[in-house]
Every structure is written in structure tokens, then in C-alpha cells.
Design a protein around this ligand. Structure first.
Ligand code: HAM
Length: 423
């Protein structure tokens, strides 16, 4: 049997998991302040949700999905992203009828893409994402972006910057599309097969091609910003104005098209500029997807959101050498010597835990010195020492591991006494 983790996945071991918990807590705290509520959707959906939602000319749908048939022949896919699934749930649960609009949702969970694994790119990764559905106010665009920026700030990152673009509304995009086709068509033979297929179906995708990135026509391609109609321009200016008001610096990049098809109007990415951060510098991506709710059979409802992966956030923390503020939870380590004392410690541990303390003991029959070393390694705040003599006398020794101070405490009043100082 091959005892090996699948390629592109990773185990989050206990020490590392503490960092994940710390980050997840930070995300929940920040998101709570912005009044977004958690939604949990299934890990797999009908394949169609992503094929139609994300778009069947995208790399994600064409090359990266973990799709399978279940025993009844249903076509299912492990979710490669969260937005299409959240919008499916929004429509199915008629959240558009909720009197509180926009509906502001967030999620944290694993996503799956069959990509070429490298630093910062996994086949299973955890996304934290938010979606605000039901508002076409540029202030919500700024709110969503500022939420993402705040998460990075709260996590302790300094070297992040925002890149923003507008893909315009339907009318602007139609004009831009035509210009792109005219631009690429005469020399499309010089492009990869994917690009050739994309020319008529979705020429915007050509701009996102990883193979032909350096082709000269890429650099001279018509910019969407020149094709924005007045309404789209005013909207985008307003988003930028709000960002400035919030003190959020940004760069406008008209080549930012994103890898998913549902986007229109505002799109953005947050990048790491930390020296030593890997080749993939995008930490977070998002934008507007007005039209997706209708695509799934709901009423006309605008939407905007973003997603970031915890893996890339942790990589950025490492690149910036940020030390997460993580405390070890152990309050008491009980050192019990002799059979009777060990039996008693079972009850004592339970009492400590029932009174809100974290507590542990040795279960491998080690000598006192080794047990004290364990307590030290586990950063226990206090050690309780019970031997047979102590038990007969109805006392325990309590050692404060920080000060080294040791004192005797009566077993009968143990919990009451420790509550005075071990809080
Ligand atoms: P996305 O740009 O495909 O957008 O992914 C968002 C973020 O997920 C990326 O910026 C990156 O942090 C992380 N990510 C993507 N692929 C991987 C991978 N293979 N390994 C590690 N991290 C990865 C979306 O998924 C959209 N649903 C975002 C969105 C939400 N737009 C609107 N609402």
C-alpha cells in the first residue's frame, strides 16, 4: 500500500493548525464587524453549476475540475471555488426575498483544482470568501475591498497592494469584445490552440493566457477602460473615490481580467510585494458578478465578492516573518506519583476542566523529572504535584512555572483557591 499524501495536498499538523485557527478567528472577527454572516454549502455540486457559473471557456472548467459521476450517474464536481455555489444557494433558498438586502455572506472551506502544484498553488486549498448580493452601490464594492485589506492588516501583513480594474457593463464589454476580436484575428495563428478557440467564444480570456503572455499583441491589446460607457465610468470612479476616502492605496490595471467568466464592472486582486514571496504573488481576487443570479434562474440581482486562500496568506506571513500571537492553552499539568495518586489525578483533571481550566497529565508512566520536563515543553502555567504522602495529608504542591514559586494547597479547597490566582 502506498502511504503517501496525494500530490498538491498537505497535512496541517498540530503546530501549524494553531496558526490556521488563529487566522480563521481573525477572519471571523473582521467579517463580523462588517456584518457578513456565515454560509456553508456542500463540498460538491452538480457540475453544471461551475460549468455555467465559472464559464466553460475558463481554465478552471476546461482543465482543473475534479468531476465524477456518482452511483446514480449524476455529474458532480468537487467545488473549485465558492461563488457559483453560494449563488446557487442564494437562488434555491430565495434569499433575494429577504427584507435585509444586500445579503452579506462569508465562507471558509476547502476548494479543489487540478492545477500544477507549486509554491502557493495546491490541488486542495482553503478559501475564505465573502459575497454581497443585492446591491449595486459602489460603496459596497469599497466595503468588500476594505474588508479584504483589513484581514491582511489584522493578520500583521504590511507589504500588500491592491490592483483594481473595471470590466464595464454589458454594453461596454460588447464594444471591447469586438475591438479585441479585430485586434487578435489577423494574427491569431501565432497564438496557442486555447487562444484560437477563445477568439470568437470569449476573447477576453486571451488576455489571461499563461502561454502567450509575452506576445507583442498582448501589450497593444485594446484596454477595456477606453471602452467603458459613461455609466460604467462614473461607477468605477466612485469606487476609486471611496477607496481613496478610506485611505486604501490602489493601482489601476486595465489588463486585470481574472480567471473566471462571471465578472463585470469592478474587479480586483490583492498582491504581496514582500521580498522573497514566491512567483505567484496574488493573495486574493474578486469582483462584481451582476447577472450570475439570473443565470441560475433568480431575479436580476447584482453581486460582488472576493476569495483568498489561507495557504497564500500563511506564505505571505512567512515571507514577512510575522509571528502570530498564539498562546498555548495549557493551564495545569498534573504530576501524579504512585498508583493512588494517579487514580486521584483522574478526578482532579476532570474537576479542573469542569471549572474552565485546560489540564493534562502523563499517561506513559514517566518519572517525576521527565513529567516536569513535559510540563515545561507544553508551556503549562502551573504544575500540580501529588504523591502518596500528599494524598494522605490531603494536600498538593502547586508550582508556578513562570516564577518557580511553590506552595502547598489543601485538596478540600483546591479549586476555590486556584480560582483566586489561576485565571
Ligand atoms: P480565484 O482568483 O480563482 O477567485 O481565487 C481566489 C483566491 O484563491 C486566489 O487569489 C488565491 O489566493 C486562492 N487560490 C486559487 N487557486 C489556488 C490554489 N490552487 N492554491 C492556493 N490558493 C489558490 C475565485 O475563486 C472567486 N470565487 C473569487 C470571488 C468571490 N469572486 C467573487 N466572489
Amino acid at each position: 500500500m502506498k502511504v503517501q499524501i496525494p500530490r498538491g495536498t498537505q497535512d496541517i499538523l498540530p503546530g501549524q493548525a494553531k496558526i490556521w485557527q488563529w487566522l480563521e478567528e481573525k477572519m471571523r472577527e473582521v467579517t463580523n464587524k462588517y456584518h457578513f454572516e456565515e454560509i456553508r454549502t456542500p463540498i460538491f455540486e452538480h457540475t453544471e453549476i461551475f460549468a455555467r457559473g465559472v464559464g466553460d471557456t475558463t481554465d478552471i472548467v476546461q482543465k482543473e475540475m475534479y468531476s465524477f459521476q456518482d452511483r446514480s450517474g449524476r455529474d458532480l464536481t468537487l467545488r473549485p471555488e465558492g461563488t457559483a455555489a453560494v449563488v446557487r444557494s442564494f437562488v434555491e433558498n430565495k434569499m433575494y426575498g429577504d427584507p435585509n438586502q444586500p445579503v452579506k455572506l462569508f465562507y471558509i472551506g476547502p476548494m479543489f483544482r487540478y492545477e500544477r502544484p507549486q509554491s502557493g498553488r495546491y490541488r486542495q486549498f482553503v478559501q475564505f470568501g465573502v459575497e454581497a448580493l443585492g446591491s449595486q452601490d459602489p460603496a459596497i464594492d469599497a466595503e468588500v475591498i476594505s474588508l479584504a485589506m483589513n484581514i491582511y492588516r489584522e493578520a500583521g501583513l504590511k507589504n500588500v497592494h491592491l490592483v483594481i480594474n473595471s470590466l464595464g457593463d454589458k454594453e461596454s464589454r460588447a464594444k471591447h469584445r469586438e475591438a479585441l476580436i479585430n485586434h487578435f484575428r489577423p494574427r491569431i495563428g501565432e497564438f496557442c490552440e486555447d487562444c484560437q478557440n477563445r477568439l470568437e467564444k470569449n476573447p477576453l480570456r486571451i488576455l489571461d493566457c499563461k502561454v502567450d503572455r509575452e506576445h507583442e499583441l498582448m501589450k497593444t491589446a485594446p484596454s477595456i477602460l477606453e471602452y467603458l460607457n459613461d455609466e460604467s465610468k462614473v461607477y468605477f470612479d466612485k469606487v476609486c473615490q471611496y477607496l481613496t476616502d478610506l485611505g486604501i492605496e490602489y493601482t489601476i490595471d486595465s489588463t486585470l481580467v481574472r480567471g473566471l467568466d462571471y465578472y463585470n464592472a469592478t474587479t480586483f486582486e490583492i498582491m504581496s510585494s514582500a521580498p522573497g514571496f514566491g512567483a505567484i504573488t496574488t493573495l486574493c481576487g474578486g469582483g462584481r458578478y451582476n447577472g450570475l443570479v439570473e443565470e441560475f434562474g433568480g431575479p436580476e440581482t447584482p453581486g460582488i465578492g472576493f476569495a483568498l486562500s489561507i495557504e497564500r496568506l500563511i506564505a505571505a506571513l512567512e515571507a514577512e516573518q510575522v509571528q502570530p500571537d498564539i498562546h498555548n492553552g495549557l493551564d495545569f499539568y498534573v504530576v501524579a506519583l504512585g498508583e493512588r495518586a494517579k487514580d486521584y489525578s483522574v478526578k482532579l483533571l476532570s474537576e479542573l476542566r469542569n471549572n474552565g481550566f485546560s489540564a493534562d497529565r502523563d499517561y506513559t508512566g514517566r518519572k517525576m523529572k521527565a513529567q516536569l520536563k513535559s510540563a515545561d515543553r507544553l508551556h503549562a502555567k502551573f504544575v500540580v504535584i501529588i504523591g502518596e504522602d500528599e494524598l494522605d495529608a490531603g494536600i498538593v504542591q502547586l508550582k508556578n512555572m513562570e516564577t518557580g514559586e511553590q506552595k502547598e494547597i489543601k485538596l478540600a479547597t483546591f479549586i476555590e483557591e486556584i480560582k483566586q490566582f489561576a485565571v
